[in-house]
Design a binder for this molecule. Sequence first.
Ligand SMILES: *Cc1c(COP(=O)(O)O)cnc(C)c1O
Length: 385
Amino acid sequence: MIKTNKLVMIPGPTPVVRSIQDQMARETVAFGDAAFVKDFSEVIADLKAMWRCDGEVFVVAGSGTMGMEMAIANTTKRGDNILICSNGFFGDRFIDMCTRKGLNTDVLSAEWGKSVTPEMVEKKLAEKKYQAVTVTHVETSTGVEAPIAAIGEVMKKHPEIIYIVDGVAASGGADQYMDTMGIDVVLSCTQKAFGVAPGLTMVWASAKAMERRKSLGAIPESYIDFDKWLPVMHDPSKYWGTPAINLVWALKESVRIMKEEGLEERYARHRRQAAMFDAALEAIGFRVASEKGFRAPTLSVYLYPEGSGIDDAKFRTVLAGEGAQTAGCLGGFAGKGFRMGHMGNIDKHTLVSAIAAVERSCVKCGYAIELGKALGVLQKGLVNE
Ligand SMILES: *Cc1c(COP(=O)(O)O)cnc(C)c1O
């Protein structure tokens, strides 16, 4: 048997399709190249329109974590009060970041597998004055999707507060509309539902967020200062830091694919795809770790069936050998299951192959399922696609 290709089914990076790879392989040009400047401007305009952003979009070299820091740096100052709504590992990541900046941080936490609710946020906002609130749209450690629209309704009653959404494991796979959801800052990056290699962070800032930036005057941060990048985003022939030219092209191709699929359909497809994956794994005894009603459309945490005798590390090694790379669980779920992404530009072949690999791995690890059972559930869904 020849070696099986490994599908990257971790919660990011996600599979990168050929046409996006081709953009990264292009001959690099000068950042002032007229054609590149036009391409960059078009990506910015598209991202702004697609997220229904009435302010500015920043596309800067860096990972998602930099986007988190960029959001905080440009909307808060030392001594401000910030409310961090955390559903797990990535929500918690804001705590250290904000504490280092000298913010007074309050944390609303949910149990592992559950989400902070709009009611919890409302109560907290009534108790104290906050300058900003953060919510992690899809918590990558638990597979929980926070109700960002419903929390947005609460935020609309507090127009003086900046509503920041960490969209990293959601943007391009789950609905994010800044206008109707009342969001002031969304931050994301290329390697998750955008299906591009890692390397770019995208930050959408509403007109209100830009007003807040203005009110802060000079900020301590330099590379991630909105003020430094704004002239470049308005005219990419200008210089602040060298843009990641090939990644900008790759992002442009990703945006083209999204527009071709249609954003609404893309979001709906992710929800259908997730439901099929969850049902397939449940059919062979796995448990979805996130609570019903809060299950992310982009990734899932699957807990091993009780009494299956599956050894976590062994299972994921066997699964990688069978063709699907997945991630181990974090925090409260560590050792109890695996995390699988099902987001981005993935087609039916990928979905079928991933579930088939899971089935073979179960049998190879001594968990005697009926081969084809999960696959059958998936196929029944896919035949209607
Ligand atoms: C992956 C992830 C991040 C961090 O992104 P990096 O590119 O790894 O820095 C932040 N938030 C969420 C929700 C994520 O899934």
